[in-house]
Design a protein around this ligand. Structure first.
Ligand code: ATP
Length: 305
């Protein structure tokens, strides 16, 4: 009899596993359906020859209608300028960059590029004008060369290497036994957060966009890596309007404008020197940084993610 139970047990287990998998799939589709849809307006036009002037004009935003995330955000970045956003965790810094890329539509106000509301541009042309270096870059199970060039299959080996040089990752790659043919990703060489971010910067350099968004990795980086990223960013942002979501103050001291956010609002703005002189939240964060990690909680901050 017990010989019969075993296969039945296994069958029962398999049934439960499959049922759970189907439930998970169903839930995933529900979630996908719940995502607010960003669609091109019928009159949307191609954004061409973007110079990169960015303007947030009294922007309000929420993911869920009952929880306001951004309130009355206004700032302007002139072409070629670097604007850095700092503030405690959950303040809404990354949300700002997602809105510029138009992952989500806003509740009130306007976001303009070169004076045109981004809702009046096709999403394809908007995103062609923006290079996004996210916190965590997804790598394909392929060679590191492929990973740098995947959006530009026509790029020559020379162009790929130049982008890697500018992103301060070439020497690292050249030292690998198989160089640019080294397999990376889940089934290959695992790259650190800082290395992945430099691969993403190299990708962006090949794309050559007018606007660059850099969402700094939150993970602590050793100081050599941080210097490499800083100098990669220096090259990448040259001649482009750059929005940096900063988790370390050391990387943004030269920014043209620093926005200090707290609980969805801009509470201070200015250059590094302006803000230190002001003696407010920025100066406080500056004095308190010991590991250069800004993601400290301030009193009253809700940490929700
Ligand atoms: P960190 O420094 O930790 O990266 P942040 O300042 O970048 O934080 P955001 O990621 O912009 O903060 O998040 C702002 C708020 O929005 C947080 O309270 C977060 O929980 C919430 N939030 C972020 N993404 C979503 C989402 N997809 N759906 C609902 N709420 C979200």
């Amino acid at each position: 009899m017990s010989q019969l139970y075993r296969p039945l047990n296994i069958l029962g287990f398999a049934y439960r596993e499959i049922k759970q998998a189907l439930t998970d799939l169903e839930r995933m589709f529900q979630l996908l359906e719940e995502q607010p849809e960003v669609v091109d307006a019928p009159h949307a036009e191609m954004a061409a020859n973007v110079t990169g002037r960015i303007e947030f004009d009294q922007v309000d935003f929420h993911y869920d209608p009952d929880r306001e995330i951004l309130r009355a955000i206004s700032f302007t970045a002139e072409p070629g300028q670097t604007v850095a956003v700092v503030g405690p965790t959950g303040a809404g810094k990354s949300t700002l960059s997602r809105i510029l890329y138009r992952f989500y539509d806003i509740a009130a106000g306007a976001v303009r590029i070169d004076g045109t509301d981004i809702r009046d541009m096709t999403q394809a042309s908007l995103r062609a004008a923006i290079g996004m270096v996210p916190q965590d870059t997804v790598l394909f199970n392929d060679t590191i060369g492929y990973n740098i060039a995947y959006a530009h299959p026509d790029a020559s080996q020379m162009q790929i290497e130049q982008a890697a040089r500018d992103a301060q990752i070439h020497d690292f790659i050249a030292d690998l036994p198989k160089g640019y043919d080294t397999l990376v990703g889940e089934r290959g060489l695992k790259l650190s957060g800082g290395e992945k971010q430099r691969v993403a910067i190299a990708r962006t350099l090949l794309k050559d966009p007018a606007i660059l968004i850099l969402d700094e990795a939150t993970s602590a980086l050793d100081s050599a890596t941080e210097l490499d990223i800083q100098s990669a960013l220096g090259v990448a942002s040259r001649g482009r309007t750059t929005l940096v979501v900063a988790h370390r103050l050391s990387t943004i001291q030269d920014a043209d404008l620093i926005l200090v956010m707290e609980a969805g609002r801009i509470v201070e703005r200015g250059t590094h020197a302006d803000l230190l002189e002001r003696g407010g939240l920025y100066a406080d964060l500056w004095l308190r940084q010991d590991t250069n990690d800004l993601d400290m909680e301030t009193p009253g901050t809700v940490v929700a993610d």
